[in-house]
Design a protein around this ligand. Sequence first.
Ligand SMILES: Cc1ncc(CO)c(N)n1
Length: 231
Amino acid sequence: MERKDEAEEAKSKVSVIETWLRKHRLLYVGATRHPFIHSIRDGSVDVSSFKRWLEQDYIFVRAFVPFVATVLLKAWKESFDATDMDVILSGMASLNDEFAWFNKEASKWGVSLTNVAPQKANLDYCRFLESLMSSEVEYTVAITAFWAIETVYQDSFAHCLEDGSNTPEELRDTCQRWGNDGFGQYCHALQSIAEHHLEKASDDVRKRTEAAVLDVLEYEVAFWNMSQGDT
Ligand SMILES: Cc1ncc(CO)c(N)n1
């Protein structure tokens, strides 16, 4: 039998992340095709649910920024590829715009972002983020969790902009925020970085990274449930 050359072999090899997405398909679909997302896409969304999501997501993003800062710190210490930092920094820059966007969106919907009490699912998710901020958590685990968090929003909101969707005009801006092609490319860049580090990781780190990705997907489902008032 002829030996495949290396390039051929690399091409046919399924990536670590792709393997996990196949293995945990149902959970991934649960996080990215949630009834709340379906309701945005088909136009039946309840305004009070959307407002609740907006208020709670603002609190989440406040906690997300320090998490991303620790990912940046770990990239600086643990990765020898300068593009890692460039990609993470571009993510931080877009989070800066995101705060301006949240304020604009809040006034459009008559929502106040100050004095909002975080709900349980949000507190749980923020606490999980905080656990990932520890210096004990390896860069591979943190960058892959980061990829998963961004990708759930990208995949969910891009679905609301696809042909055949019936997303109300006043919600298109929100869907664009995470569903636009540039954000999609940024998620792919994060995926390549995560994959690169996973390929080199020990079995133990890989196992813990897979567990963190599953945690992210479960917290995302709970977050959408909370927005719909189901918790
Ligand atoms: C809950 C949640 N997950 C992911 C993102 C993406 O940044 C977000 N803004 N909120």
